[in-house]
Design a protein around this ligand. Structure first.
Ligand SMILES: Nc1ncnc2c1ncn2[C@@H]1O[C@H](COP(=O)(O)OP(=O)(O)OP(=O)(O)O)[C@@H](O)[C@H]1O
Ligand SMILES: [Mg+2]
Length: 225
């Protein structure tokens, strides 16, 4: 469960002040699939970063999985990011010289090593359709294959929430569609909450709920049962 209460985020420098989020209230239930849409600069990434614990509000409260993120110590916040959230980015953020499997196992480096992790990585490699590329280096992969690797990596620690910021932004339309279908399938199989920021109306329209954001404010949020 995600609860944002009156969340604002201002970026201040000597020259300027930007209000990236302005009094945002959102509740997201476990297992929901949400699309966040809005013009460039409207605050989508800022919103996702706050939910993922990569950024903190300047005002208001983010309560996620029963935790008030403000109250977490640095170490607890890193653990929260590592174990409870799976991140997927437009630019993939893979280690270019590491293999597909090594990249997928990266988030487990802080855990106590178990055979289960290795087995899960093999399962995820199959689920994302990369069995033939297990030992290929990330730099040798196509864009779609890179994003498949990033998706498997996001799932390796069994997170409750998957956050995908423009996951198809660097892919052609067809590949983008298969990546979204894959994300949707995996969010059902693994029972995760899925939050996707996107410019693509077609993608947004396949979500259970759309959050429209404009100038840092929730534009309209259709009532849902
Ligand atoms: N680290 C930062 N320092 C200063 N300003 C920032 C920072 N991050 C974001 N902003 C500003 O906050 C506003 C919202 O940015 P954000 O990245 O959340 O938008 P977005 O909706 O994700 O845009 P896009 O669709 O282009 O990715 C923008 O005006 C941006 O310039
Ligand atoms: Mg963005």
């Amino acid at each position: 469960m995600i609860k944002l209460k009156d969340v604002s985020r201002k970026f201040t420098s000597r020259k300027s002040e930007v209000t990236a989020l302005d009094g945002v209230n959102i509740q997201i239930k476990e297992g929901e699939f949400i699309a966040v849409v809005g013009p460039s600069g409207s605050g989508k990434s800022t919103l996702l970063n706050i939910i993922g614990g990569l950024d903190t509000p300047t005002k208001g409260q983010a309560e996620i999985n029963g935790k008030d993120l403000r109250k977490l110590k640095d170490k607890e916040l890193s653990q929260y990011r590592n174990r409870e959230i799976g991140f997927i980015f437009q630019e993939f953020h893979l280690e270019p010289l590491s293999t597909v499997k090594e990249n997928i196992l990266l988030p487990t480096l802080f855990n106590h090593k178990t055979n289960e992790e290795d087995a899960l990585s093999e399962t995820l490699i199959k689920e994302v359709g990369l069995s033939k590329k297990t030992n290929a280096r990330a730099q040798e992969l196509s864009g779609g294959e890179k994003q498949r690797t990033a998706i498997a990596r996001a799932l390796i620690n069994n997170p409750k929430i998957i956050i995908a910021d423009e996951p198809t932004g660097n892919l052609d339309q067809k590949t983008g569609k298969t990546i979204i279908n894959l994300l949707k399938r995996l969010h059902k199989i693994h029972n995760t909450t899925l939050i996707i920021a996107t410019h693509d109306e077609n993608i947004a329209n396949t979500a259970k709920r759309i959050i429209h954001i404009e100038d840092g404010k929730i534009h309209k949020q259709p009532h849902h049962p």
